[in-house]
Design a protein around this ligand. Sequence first.
Ligand code: ADP
Ligand code: MG
Length: 368
Amino acid sequence: MASITLKGLTKSFNAGDDAPAAVTDLDLDIKDNQFITLLGPSGCGKTTTLRMIAGYIVPDKGTIHVDGRQISAPGNVVPPDQRGMGMVFQNYAVWPHKTVYENVVFGLKLRKLPSAQMKKKMEETLALVNLTGLEARYPNELSGGQQQRVALARSLVVEPGILLLDEPLSNLDAKLREQMRVELKRLQRRTGITFVYVTHDQAEALALSDQIAVIHGGRLQQYGTPQEVYARPANRVVADFMGLVNLVPAKVVSVNGRTGTVAAAGDLKIDLAVPDGTKSGDNVEVSIRPENIRLSTTANGSSTRAKISERTFLGNISEYYATLDSGQTLRVQTHPGQVFAVGDTVAVEIDSTQCSVFRNPASAAAHS
Ligand code: ADP
Ligand code: MG
């Protein structure tokens, strides 16, 4: 229903001193009718960004446009209630002494709709979030998941073009969280509302989003589809944050255009795409996901020898630590049917199409 454009958005809470800003120079293009997620560790600036979009925090610099209309620029900031946005919080923030109906109808009362129209809207909204039949209940007679649905309904009933959600599932238990994920995604599709979702949980971001904005230290690291940020991380910070990864020191052996060969951890040769400007002899870092490493009992031309140093059975997968002759240990995930014992010698093969190379690993690390 609405597109959002952030340009150069910056906010510091400690004007004057040298402390880093909470959000620095953030550019983001959020398309109409998308589910986008701001993802990053605690303190990286997600809530500050969301509250700037909502209008509760005034940016130091930068602009915000909605559907091409400027709603925020220094000295010219549209107040929250005139932005056509709804907001949902982690702690639900429902009124304990109002029923479900009273909680949800509140926003409509302010708009003074005719009662028949109000009733119809209420029924539609409660059905949308699966609360039909619970209108007379009080929040303490509802589960956490149902309370969060009340909060959702309250935001949705006024038909916002944009819904901002700040870690809305983090107070729910694991099973309910997964169920609500599916419901939220369905809700976004059905309503066409642009969702801007905040979480520190990468699995949640991967499952829900059309686009993920990975933020670290108040700066945008990468903006892309779940597949892109997972399989093609822009830097080691993103690679490290998006699930498990082996970050292995490597040396470039040869370069041929966009591809090259690196020797990782001494003897593990990997052919893969390399960044522009990579030269033979460069020290780099290779990121290898645990599921892109194959272990077998029989060696072949491209495999490297390793010894199993640890084994963990996790139900749907097994996890191994395989230590190469160089001493480098790789974390590996395999089908649970494939069983090795600690001490076994195995052959290691890497799916090089799924690996990434990062240059200047030392300076990159200093920035993270
Ligand atoms: P996140 O939501 O990603 O956990 P926040 O946006 O809440 O992060 O915070 C980003 C940074 O700004 C943190 O270092 C936090 O301590 C700081 N910060 C947030 N709000 C305030 C505030 N009202 N006053 C001072 N510092 C703040
Ligand atoms: Mg936060």
